[in-house]
Design a protein around this ligand. Sequence first.
Ligand SMILES: [Zn+2]
Length: 356
Amino acid sequence: MSAEYIKLPGLIDPHVHLREPGATHKEDFETGTMAAIAGGFTTVLDMPNNPEPTISPESLQRKITLAGNRVYCDIGFHFGATAKGVEYFEQVKGEVFGLKVYMNHTTGTLLMEDKEELNRVFAGWPREKPIIVHAEGETLVTAIALARLNNRRLHVAHVATKEDVEMVREAKEKGLPVTCEVTPHHLFLTEADVQALGPFGIMKPSLKTETDRLALWGNLKLGVIDMIATDHAPHTKEEKLSEKPPFGVPGLETSLPLLLTAVAEDKLTLDQVVDLTSTNPRKIFGIGELTETFTEVDLKESYIIDAKNLKTKCAWTPFEGKRVTGRILRVVLRGEIVFDGGNVIGNPRGNVVYPG
Ligand SMILES: [Zn+2]
């Protein structure tokens, strides 16, 4: 088989749930960042909806301390919005990349539905930093209206439907400072896959129709979608097989192989992959450049995704058994090899990072 080696800038995932503190039986900073480098990522941004949510300067500090010298790639954090938390915004703004506002039901206790409170949150967040929303359908209409009213930067997490991506496109066409991300599972799976996947295909937003999926691809190629975010949300197999399976799937180790497969199939260009996984998230979230940091891949190698090779603690993937073209060979972080030949190399060399 022929090989074609190329170097990509170290990838950035702006949306992961590494589960620490509070749910380290699912994932922790060590296993989560091992999964990240195995997936070609050199920077990840962690979400605030832990059992002990990241909604105060103290809880943020605790997370930063916990991550300390235990991370294999760089990690930064987002802050969670609550009505009470507005008073902390000024204090934490230099330490977080964005404010996450949960406007639809999902994992955790951070749901905000009261319009008055939402307006105070939007008005209180510093203008120069993105407000990341989980908002679908009608709530996305509200989110865009609040961003416009308060002249704030809005980043729409995991856009999943044709209607929602078109709403983002319209907002952009009107010149509003709105950006968005899409997950690999919404690009590569549909509701038809839930039959076979069962609880392992359940997440928020849920998998949608083929029409939705094609609309995401169309807007990805047009540049309406700014970045890929895995929304890496591991749960144990036992939890997924329980009476009430929790929402979420892991994604750090399968995202780049799936995107490279799309390149092999002429659905994306390599330049687009670089924009979606590095250039745009760096620009939108203000993530500093890293020197001598790259991910080396073989664009030609074809193989089958097998959960037993994964580093994530949950040890399963909704893409089990899928053939992909494009293997991650090596990851170099600040001049040091951190991943090579399927193995994590050396001690944790990642840093906790802050907006530049
Ligand atoms: Zn998420």
